[in-house]
Write a protein that binds this ligand. Structure first.
Ligand code: PEP
Ligand code: MG
Length: 361
């Protein structure tokens, strides 16, 4: 059964939509999720996490080959396999979203999720790539990290392995042009760089995206509009948002990582001690579910204000889990964000909460 909103509830949602100022987008990376979210009223994608597209067995070995390759040529061979697959991923999403805004985040895995583990995986990879097991193990050792969530992830990976981001940008632009020609609904991709801490990171990676755009447009004899922007998910990025906005057409607040890095609490392990914290009233609610408005919220507000001071028309959104939490949505309204992005099944709640927040202003 396909989920949809019907009857009085659907009517109520339409009334709510008449009241709200903020747009409601969704976090989705499959056409099936895009479809569900649209049926629930999503007005675009606020976060397409592209690392989720690489986890099936055939693709992960290409990613591993790319990361562990001996040289540029080895990396390029792996990327040549991934390019057509990514192109069709993006075509399917653009087609499903029919011209609505789609924010695609370039790859952001903690690197260890993409390294082989155990002899069998190394042996299989050696067979596929032709590299010896010893070489692969040595490269994996070189890339090993003690704390991957604070390590080689997000844009840092794009700086070290620019070919990955080049491949993704190429796939996005080719897909967007093909969908524009085939359907007449021209997508406007919003390409998002993750885990930026400094303006220079964004400057380097935006230049890379713009270079690829130029190459694809020349090869296809056709252009499309696009935006390049960044996640604000590190305290330094929020503090430096004025400078970072010089390079960013939009900010999306990644409040999962912003909460993790501001509180110094691992988002993956928090449950072990946060429950007693909430019981004792140290935090009113789990800060990974409901935004810590006094603390993390200050960074969001400051980032939004500093971004707007540099670039008054900067587009501002939120794509952490908090984008589907009513109390956090009320705060986003107060800060004046343009949209919230929630997981597909939270889109209706987000529509109602955004309307209520606008009425309570
Ligand atoms: C975030 O950090 O809030 C975010 C949306 O990115 P991810 O959850 O994928 O790290
Ligand atoms: Mg993040």
């Amino acid at each position: 059964i396909e989920p949809e909103l019907v009857g009085d509830f659907a009517t109520l949602m339409v009334w709510a939509d008449g009241q709200r100022r903020m747009k409601v987008r969704t976090n989705a990376e499959t056409p099936a999720d895009c479809k569900i979210a649209r049926q629930f009223g999503a007005e675009g994608i606020g976060l397409c996490r592209t690392e989720h597209m690489f986890f099936d067995a055939s693709r992960i070995s290409s990613v591993r080959q790319m990361i562990l390759a001996e040289d540029k040529q080895g990396r390029e061979m792996a990327l040549a396999k991934l390019l057509p697959e990514q192109r069709s991923d993006f075509k399917a999403i653009f087609t499903e979203m029919a011209g609505l805004p789609v924010t695609i985040r370039l790859l952001d895995p903690p690197l260890h999720e993409f390294l082989p583990h155990g002899d069998t995986e190394f042996e299989e990879l050696a067979e596929i790539t032709g590299y010896g097991v010893d070489h692969l193990k040595r490269r994996a050792d070189e890339l090993h990290e003690f704390n991957p969530m604070l390590g080689h992830r997000g844009c840092r990976l794009g700086i070290t392995f620019p070919e990955i981001y080049e491949m993704q940008a190429q796939a996005i632009f080719e897909a967007a042009i093909e969908v524009a020609v085939e359907s007449g609904d021209a997508p406007v991709p919003e390409i998002m760089i993750p885990l930026v801490a400094t303006k220079r990171e964004l400057e380097i990676l935006k230049a890379l995206v713009d270079k690829i755009a130029g190459e694809v447009f020349a090869a296809k004899g056709s252009t499309i509009e696009y935006l390049v922007g960044t996640m604000i998910e590190l305290p330094r990025a929020a503090l430096m948002a004025g400078e970072i906005a010089e390079e960013a057409a939009f900010f999306s607040f990644g409040t999962n990582d912003l909460t993790q890095t501001t509180l110094g609490v691992s988002r993956d392990d928090a449950a072990r001690f946060l429950n007693p914290y909430v019981e004792k009233g140290i935090y009113p609610r789990d800060p990974f579910v409901s935004l810590d408005i006094e603390g993390v919220g200050q960074l969001v507000e400051l980032g939004a204000d500093r971004g707007r001071a540099t670039r008054p028309d900067i587009k501002l959104g939120i794509c952490g889990e908090h984008g589907g939490d009513p109390a956090s949505i009320a705060f986003c309204e107060k800060v004046g964000l343009d949209y919230v992005s929630a997981s597909p099944y939270r889109v209706p709640i987000a529509r109602l909460a955004a309307a209520q927040a606008a009425l309570n202003r």
